[in-house]
Design a protein around this ligand. Structure first.
Ligand code: CO8
Length: 255
């Protein structure tokens, strides 16, 4: 592992982006390592949540500009350059972005591919690609617009300006803004909490919330209700409700 540092604590796996000389710029090798690492863990029943983080200075300063700069349009298309980020987005294990410092371009897009974004007060978000003569290319125009609305997305994407954590929290990009030194502890705590719940319910919950961004209200409500009904086939539903009625802590088994 050259570009990542991986730690596992029980059911929580922390992935630390580690390319300090280029402010954690996202390269093809980094993406390949990330997917090679997370794919097997994604189907491990003992793993309940991923935390993705960077350093104190930077989450990720975007896609690796040096790697991309000389490529032709034909090469980009032939390789489907960075198309595999959608494989990261499609992982089924919940994931939390723990963001300190810059989350720019692809870094902001990576944060948006996570289920929770926990940011330090000094974090900086933005889609500055317009300044490089390009546009966001890992879902930025699509996810940002769904999360923060057209007005703010246009402002960020067309001017390339950055926003601080407070603004990002206020507009729906960030789940929680915390003191800088609390980012990783809060993320790990949230991850352990999520990992302690029944897996079927966690998967169902995140799929239903994400469905809200992709479908009409009537279809979304029906999808939610059907999934809700289906959870009554799990042992964890029986255990969760029995534990409540018996005034004890539930013991979820993932069945
Ligand atoms: N790629 C490569 N190298 C980078 C990147 C990057 N994204 N960001 C920083 N670096 C390098 C710098 O070149 C510098 O290297 P060196 O020391 O050799 O000169 C080193 O990291 C430190 O950077 P700075 O000296 O610039 O540090 P500062 O603290 O002065 O500034 C900033 C920090 C503001 C974060 C600044 O580095 C910056 O603006 N970086 C670029 C941010 C950016 O434009 N990001 C968008 C990149 S494009 C993108 O993400 C598109 C995604 C879609 C691609 C998918 C296509 C399908």
């Amino acid at each position: 592992m050259d570009n990542l540092k991986i730690e596992r604590d029980g059911a929580v796996v922390t992935v630390r982006l580690h390319r300090p000389h280029v402010l954690n710029a996202l390269s093809g090798d980094l993406l390949a390592e990330l997917l090679d690492t997370l794919r097997p863990l994604d189907t491990d029943p003992e793993v309940g949540c991923f935390v993705v983080t960077g350093s104190e200075r930077v989450f990720a300063a975007g896609a690796d500009i040096k790697e991309m700069a000389g490529r032709t349009a034909a090469q980009m298309a032939a390789e489907d350059y960075f198309g595999a980020w959608e494989d990261f987005a499609a992982l089924r294990t919940p994931r939390i972005a723990a963001v300190n410092g810059f989350a720019l371009g692809g870094g902001c897009e990576l944060a948006m591919m996570c289920d929770l974004v926990i940011a330090g007060e000094s974090a900086v978000f933005g889609q500055p690609e317009i300044k490089l003569g390009v546009i966001p290319g890992i879902g930025g125009t699509q996810r940002l617009t769904r999360l923060v609305g057209r007005a703010k997305a246009m402002d960020l994407v067309l001017t390339g300006r950055t926003m601080d954590a407070r603004e990002a929290g206020g507009c729906g990009l960030v789940s929680r803004v915390v003191p800088d030194d609390r980012v990783l502890p809060e993320a790990l705590e949230a991850a352990a909490t999520i990992a302690s719940y029944g897996r079927a319910a966690v998967t169902a919950a995140r799929e239903c919330v994400d469905r809200a961004l992709e479908t009409g209200l009537r279809d979304g409500i029906l999808f939610e209700r059907r999934v809700f009904h289906a959870l009554f086939a799990t042992d964890d539903q029986k255990e969760g409700m029995a534990a409540f009625l018996e005034k004890r802590r539930p013991r979820f088994t993932g069945r």
